[in-house]
Design a protein around this ligand. Structure first.
Ligand code: ZN
Ligand code: ZN
Ligand code: ZN
Ligand code: ZN
Length: 271
């Protein structure tokens, strides 16, 4: 179908622009009317493109506001009565193979790429023939995986953008002591505000937090984490997109669990 090619191209354009664009900007790259473009994006569904009507703001870029603007309840449309625009976020099910990183997998339906290279932190970056893991997105296995996920034509930089906002294994390190319970603010992390790991819910980052009212933070972007991102030279924009996608997935998971609960046995997962 022609849609496949168009969707691959739209993903490429989105990732060439940081993984998120306004619909009207995206439209500038394709020969489609706005209605047709919307139809293509809708048909592909939120597994590929997340569409959100958000309120436009003036002033310099503010990651916290960027995240907050799309998390309004339910309808997704702005509530302040200001001008709105449709933002499109590139979503993908493509992931790096975790077992490959440990040398335990030869071929599967996930990408076989060096995780550290995708983070731009492989010590073999200058002489990558010495790295035991592939830095090449165009190996036969990787080409096949990309094709199966409808991602052809992306270059390495574009694939990196896509993975950074979708693959939990590329998310900055989450503090496990914070996640252990204990103190509401710091968990069991003794480093508290000095900790150089993210104090956020690890299950939320994995798209698996089943708690409706979780004691751990689901807010990936705030002053402390922005500072960490800056210190570690990581992209705040990718984490903003990761948050947008995670919030959507969390709401979807909850709706699914609620529907299940209504049908029969309630699992009662409230800690
Ligand atoms: Zn594998
Ligand atoms: Zn490497
Ligand atoms: Zn910590
Ligand atoms: Zn949680």
């Amino acid at each position: 179908m022609a849609d496949l090619t168009v969707c691959a191209f739209l993903t490429k354009v989105l990732c060439a622009h940081g993984g998120r664009m306004f619909l009207q900007d995206l439209r500038g790259h394709v020969e489609l009317s706005e209605a047709k473009l919307r139809a293509v994006l809708r048909r592909a569904g939120p597994e590929r493109f997340l569409l959100q009507e958000v309120e436009l703001r003036d002033g310099p870029w503010d990651p916290e506001a960027e995240v907050a603007v799309g998390t309004g309840s339910g309808s997704g449309s702005g509530s302040g009565g200001g001008a709105t625009a449709c933002r499109v976020v590139a979503v993908s099910s493509a992931r790096l193979c975790a077992r490959y990183q440990r040398g335990e997998c030869q071929a599967c339906d996930q990408l076989h790429l060096c995780r550290r290279h995708m983070l731009g932190k492989c010590p073999h970056r200058d002489c990558w023939s010495t790295c035991a893991l592939s830095h090449d997105i165009h190996t036969p296995i990787n080409i096949q995986v990309l094709k199966n996920r409808g991602l052809f034509g992306l270059n390495e930089a574009q694939l990196r953008i896509l993975l950074l906002q979708n693959d939990p294994c590329l998310f900055p390190e989450v503090c496990l002591l914070y996640n252990k319970g204990g103190d509401a603010l710091y968990g069991y992390c003794n480093l508290k505000d000095q900790c150089n790991k993210f104090h956020v819910c690890k299950n939320f980052v994995r798209g698996e937090c089943a708690l409706k009212t979780c004691k751990r933070s689901h807010q990936l972007i705030h002053a402390a984490t922005l500072k960490l991102l800056e210190d570690q030279e990581l992209s705040a924009s990718s984490v903003v997109n990761f948050q947008i996608i995670s919030v959507y997935k969390h709401a979807k998971l909850h709706k699914m669990l609620e529907d299940k609960g209504r049908q029969g046995t309630v699992s009662g997962e409230v800690r």
